[in-house]
Design a protein around this ligand. Sequence first.
Ligand SMILES: [Zn+2]
Length: 143
Amino acid sequence: MRAGDDVGRRSWQGLAVSGQRRQAGLDGPLPVLCYYAADPARRPGCAVTAEVVIGPVALCGACERARSSLGKGVAARRLPPGPAVDVLAWVGEADAVAGQVQARLAAAVRRARLRGHSWAEIAGRLGVTRQAAQQRFGRAAGR
Ligand SMILES: [Zn+2]
């Protein structure tokens, strides 16, 4: 693990941890994602690949230049050169993770139903109506 990898993993917000592990054995150094890469609405100019670390936060050059109070008084540490983030690979990784999360949610709903919890209780946890929860999970969770 090279310096900054732990920061990069936090920056992925969990999305690419498995992808990074998969790539680690194949490609050597891992790309480090900028803290703002997952927030394109807020930082449309983000270059995605981090270049510096400021405290626990990894930033690309554009976001480093745009920072205001973040890391004030903390010196930026330049990351060692590494590969750029492949945004299309990130799309695939995020889709795979979304599928895993959906399967996990369906399993949790099924377990809740098997333990006798009502659709209204499940819907309450999901923040949706009973009907919406039942429509979404009813077949998989065994009405
Ligand atoms: Zn950035």
